[in-house]
Design a protein around this ligand. Sequence first.
Ligand SMILES: *[C@@H]1O[C@H](CO)[C@@H](O)[C@H](O)[C@H]1NC(C)=O
Ligand SMILES: *[C@@H]1O[C@H](CO)[C@@H](O)[C@H](O)[C@H]1NC(C)=O
Ligand SMILES: *[C@@H]1O[C@H](CO)[C@@H](O)[C@H](O)[C@H]1NC(C)=O
Ligand SMILES: *[C@@H]1O[C@H](CO)[C@@H](O)[C@H](O)[C@H]1NC(C)=O
Length: 504
Amino acid sequence: MEYHCTLVFVLATLLPHNCVTLDSQLPNFILLFADDLGFGDLGCYGHPSSATPNLDKLASNGLRFTDFYCSSPVCSPSRAALLTGRYQTRSGIYPGVFYPGSRGGLPLNETTIAEVLKPLGYATAIIGKWHLGVGPDRMYLPTNQGFDHYLGIPYSHDQGPCQNLTCFPPDIKCFGTCDQGLVTIPLFANDTIKQQPVSLPDLEKSYSDFATQFIMTNTMRKQPFFLYYPSHHTHHPQFAGKGTARMSRRGPFGDALMEFDGTVGSIIQALVDSRAHNNTFVFFTSDNGPSLMRMSRGGNAGPLKCGKGTTYEGGMRVPAIAYWPGRIKPGVTHALTSTLDLLPTVARLTGAKLPRVQLDGFDMSDILFRRGPSKREAMFYYPTDPSEKHGLFAVRVGRYKAHYYTQGSILSDTTPDQDCHETAHLERHDPPLLFDLEADPSENYNLATHSEYKAVLQLIQDVKTEFEGGMVFGEAQVGKGTDPALEPCCAPQCTPKPTCCSCS
Ligand SMILES: *[C@@H]1O[C@H](CO)[C@@H](O)[C@H](O)[C@H]1NC(C)=O
Ligand SMILES: *[C@@H]1O[C@H](CO)[C@@H](O)[C@H](O)[C@H]1NC(C)=O
Ligand SMILES: *[C@@H]1O[C@H](CO)[C@@H](O)[C@H](O)[C@H]1NC(C)=O
Ligand SMILES: *[C@@H]1O[C@H](CO)[C@@H](O)[C@H](O)[C@H]1NC(C)=O
């Protein structure tokens, strides 16, 4: 093992573009990112009625993670951390999430995975939900953050009126309320609006076609590629096109999930057809836990406590699968890992330069290729509105997790557990609540009162103190507020706004 690692290191030094692969090709990367999909939502994570045959196949032929975390219990900050390998507090993606008219966005001097790969000659594309800002002159769109191509909606598809929109064919209207008084949801092609409002039943097919085309074109050109697909599924309001509407056993949520799973299948098929599948690293995960406030139209956290909006496990521990035939041996890993670790892993696999900033991720290649231990010793949990005053809400070190603060969220309302609800106000815990996540993944049995855990609490406190000592909060980007004039409008000069912004 030692010898093997040394050999790989020497090769990496000699061949900076080719660190672990032994042939000369740079690997392709496909990053699949579901929206509000919980730990218990996939067939391969135990859900009894979900139809996810393609994701299940990735899991059975790839590596399935049991202890994988996103960095935030809500969308925008989670996406910022995934793409930059840095906690959202550093890049300033707080409090909460971006709106269509937000003035701020992911600062352009942050380095995304796409920007890490560009200098090596990668073709890069994003399809789906960006949610890291639009801003003045659309300056925060992904085409300014290392992506050659963008096809998608730059924020959540409930951040605009949806009462007149069709969510399922032939003409089933979207269920429930969406944000009012805003422009309807636009579909962007690069930095121009292609359709407004977007046609939701046709959306997935256009993503799937784009992905297939992108894979085929680049493999034909022998150009390495990075495809980032942050899906709108399974976020509220659920939608699906002809092939999947009313096809799952699980109702509208199940249909939306099934449609996403179908696109995963098409993407894998395109890799096989273009003979790129054994030179492509595919990674799947979710941006945060289930939106339990949506009841049976929200997701499922499985055995984990609460969901979206909270720093309990259900809010931030998410399903994850790594797939690379011939390179990653099928199995299950319990290694402590995070979306923060993807950027350093991609850099390691390609020999790309790491951005010269404080990163919070760790290279996962030992876990992926050798089933080695994780370099990550801790996971840090910030709430949706982090502040220097309160700092971290919780810290996991090894199998133990301490909660310094707990707070429920409207996003996790309606479950039987009152701790999850909005009515569970901010509460400080001194000593912190302590749970053994291996013996008690549901965070039911507080150990802090037992004297034998004193040393564990002290260790976690030390790790927390050291981490917070190195945390510099960036200027709050969501905190810059909104300006209605910045909402994307396909007919910029029209009146009266926002209703006149319609081009279909
Ligand atoms: C980006 O620029 C801002 C404002 O100048 C600065 O505060 C921040 O540290 C910079 N971030 C990075 C990653 O360089
Ligand atoms: C988006 O931009 C890329 C790169 O400039 C270009 O190749 C592509 O044709 C553009 N797509 C659309 C739909 O305009
Ligand atoms: C929805 O349709 C109704 C009836 O056609 C119309 O009065 C209303 O303005 C529409 N609302 C939006 C947000 O488009
Ligand atoms: C990759 O796939 C190609 C074509 O399917 C095959 O010839 C080759 O042996 C495979 N390489 C590895 C390392 O599995």
